[in-house]
Design a protein. Structure first.
Length: 117
């Protein structure tokens, strides 16, 4: 089992940057594909970014490509989301997800990102 704790969310002005972190417990972090999702008020949770186990491949929501970067440090059991050029529409609760090939998955509790115009 994996426990995930996100951090780094806060209020920021449009055009600003934030780096979210997701720290995972357990000794098998490198066996999980890691992802970031977000949920804005009144909307469904949506995929934002994903990184493969070794970090060799990444995938992004089209609207964040070129602005957000997902990365991971398997030695620190941590995945990051660097968010630049933030827009008010990026405002949401951001969640970290860990998933194995078997389909076993875990979610963090979320961290609030608010971008003011």
């Amino acid at each position: 089992q994996v426990q995930l704790v996100e951090s780094g969310g806060r209020l920021v002005q449009a055009g600003g940057s934030l780096r979210l972190s997701c720290a995972a417990s357990g000794r098998t972090f490198s066996s999980y594909v890691m992802g970031w999702f977000r949920q804005a008020p009144g909307k469904e949770r949506e995929f934002v970014a994903r990184i493969e186990r070794s970090g060799s491949r990444t995938y992004y929501l089209n609207s964040v490509k070129g602005r957000f970067t997902i990365s991971r440090d398997n030695a620190k059991n941590t995945v990051y989301l660097q968010m630049n050029s933030l827009k008010p529409e990026d405002t949401a609760v951001y969640y970290c997800k860990a998933e194995q090939v078997s389909g076993e998955s875990y979610w963090g509790q979320g961290t609030q990102v608010t971008v003011s115009s």
